[in-house]
Design a protein around this ligand. Structure first.
Ligand code: MSP
Length: 504
């Protein structure tokens, strides 16, 4: 049995969770569920990033203590993950002592070893981004609220690790995925890397982890937050657990925070003498029209509205099916409805209804007994044997949209198979056990069972309810071999799984 440790970013607790946050978390959930089904041991971590200027300001605006503010706001994420059926093993908040204590220990340790030093720095500071920026960055990027600032701060010797990092990336093509992002980071590292300012004076910001060797400062949010990936699994406190899970197999995130993960994070780990994660996986953005969905643009879609209206699994399905991992995708309600109606209502849902109705009507609601297979049957059996391997491999390779599409290919093949064999016609002459209609319906139900198992990581609830309807709920999800749905099995109760959406 292999292990898999995967993480989502720690979302800013201040933000109201939207489709973008939901996407990364659902993606992690799908991968976690896939690995659990095939028998791997999984640790899936998510959580919230709770320090920094924006939190301090938001709390002040509401006239509440920042701790109280984050305690209230974190529930929005926790509740959404519950509604989305997210199966995380842990939820870490950067204000928990299991995290803050370790961050302070590391700061002390790095300071003692001269990996951190005090310096006076004069430069351009972006209040919105809460960090110093270079003139070039200001010219190129859209940094807001820039001001000149001269102050003493603590710096991490990030530049010292530039060459080691370049070498690591060059030697490990799997370290940053997809390939285009790997190239991008190496491109970024062609320019000299500055040391990283990791403190903020308390007179500007006090909602942060206090720098243990200088109580006039708090820690820069990014230095604090990234460390969650090791503090959550017991780095510095629980050697056994840490050794079991580290290095992380996947850090998932969108491209907006690739540099912090692919540059800051590995250099911090190098300084702390911790090995590097295996893969940093950066996906694209969900766009609304042409712009990134984000709170500041006010163009966010609230996942709760979609769940209330259409259910959780169709949303999970749409997000996984319509984004090619690594590329941007546009979110539109029209497209969501189209996808739902064509894939789920027409191809999948109608098939479930059709097969189970015929079995109920003509075979007493029990899976009929197959007779000899003809060429058409054997063709479907051959597909049902190969497609699950392809799908599992695609899941393992993080080609989630392809895994979904290939499963739908199998579902559509069952539909074509039924059209060719037309059991609704032949059954009028022969509804015997072992007859052609019986064989057709038994095989269609069995292959449909396989398709439903394969879609389980994407749509856990719907998959389970369809498996119940088919009388297949006791078959282990991992067992997608043909013939597991035996004759005589009684179909279960259940409504039509995907009623058509009539209008938006
Ligand atoms: N707090 C930092 C991360 C610290 S990790 C140690 C942060 N938080 S965030 O709330 O802004 O979350 C950013 C992440 O949310 C993205 O990297 C991505 O995973 C997800 N998304 C937010 N908006 C998104 C889209 N519009 N599209 C896709 N994913 C998006 O950055």
């Amino acid at each position: 049995m292999a292990k898999l440790y995967l993480t989502t970013p720690l979302y800013y607790v201040n933000d109201k969770p939207h489709i973008g946050h939901a996407y990364t978390t659902i993606l992690a959930d799908v991968i976690a569920r896939h690995h659990r089904i095939i028998g791997n041991e999984v640790f899936f971590l998510t959580g919230t990033d709770e320090h920094g200027q924006k939190v301090q300001e938001a709390a002040a605006k509401r006239n509440v203590d920042p701790k109280k503010h984050v305690d209230e706001y974190v529930t929005r994420f926790k509740e959404l993950w519950k509604r989305l059926n997210i199966s995380h093993d842990d939820f870490i908040r950067t204000t928990e002592t299991r995290h803050t204590d370790r961050v302070q220990e590391l700061l002390n340790n790095l300071f003692e070893r001269d990996e951190i030093y005090l310096d006076e720095y004069e430069g351009l500071y972006s209040v919105a981004e809460e960090r110093f920026v270079t003139e070039k960055e200001v010219e190129e990027g859209d940094f807001r609220q820039i001001k000149k600032l001269k102050e003493k701060n603590y710096f991490f010797r990030m530049s010292k690790y530039q060459n080691a990092l370049i070498q690591h990336i060059e030697n490990h093509p799997e370290f940053i995925k997809p390939k285009s992002r790997w190239n991008e980071v190496l491109g970024f590292l062609k320019k000299p890397l500055n040391d990283l300012c990791i403190s903020r004076p308390k007179d500007r910001l006090n909602w942060g982890i206090e720098i243990p060797f200088d109580r006039e400062y708090v820690t820069y949010v990014w230095f604090d937050a990234l460390l969650n990936y090791v503090t959550a699994i017991g780095w510095g406190t629980n050697k056994v657990n840490f050794a079991k899970w580290w290095p992380a197999d996947y850090h998932l995130m969108a491209k907006d925070i690739l540099t912090t993960h692919a540059v800051y994070w590995p250099t911090i780990l190098m300084a702390a003498n911790i090995s590097l994660p295996k893969t940093i996986f950066s996906h694209g953005w969900w766009l609304m029209e042409e712009s990134k969905m984000s709170k500041s643009l006010g163009n966010v879609i609230n996942p709760i509205d979609l769940i209330d209206e259409y259910g959780v699994d169709p949303l999970r399905y749409y997000l996984m099916r319509d984004m090619v991992l690594g590329m941007d995708a546009s979110f539109t309600l029209d497209r969501f409805v189209q996808r739902y109606n064509s894939d789920l209502a027409n191809d999948f849902g109608n098939l479930v209804n059709r097969v189970t109705m015929l079995i109920r009507k003509h075979f007493d609601g029990k899976i009929p007994k197959s007779g000899d297979y003809n060429e058409t049957d054997l063709k479907l059996i051959a597909e049902a044997k190969t497609i699950p391997h392809t799908v599992r491999k695609l899941f393992g390779d993080m080609k989630i949209h392809d895994a979904v599409e290939n499963t739908l290919v199998l579902i559509r093949k069952i539909n074509t198979y039924l059209e060719i064999k037309s059991p609704w016609k032949s059954i009028k002459d022969d509804n015997s056990q072992g007859g052609d209609a019986a064989t057709t319906l038994a095989l269609a139900a069995d292959v449909l069972r396989i398709g439903s198992q394969l879609l389980n990581p994407i749509m856990p609830e719907k998959s389970q309810s369809i498996l119940n309807i088919l009388g297949a709920s006791s078959i282990p999800l991992v067992d997608t071999s043909i013939g597991q749905l035996k004759s005589g099995v009684v179909l279960g109760e259940g409504k039509s799984p995907f009623p058509r959406i009539i209008s938006v």
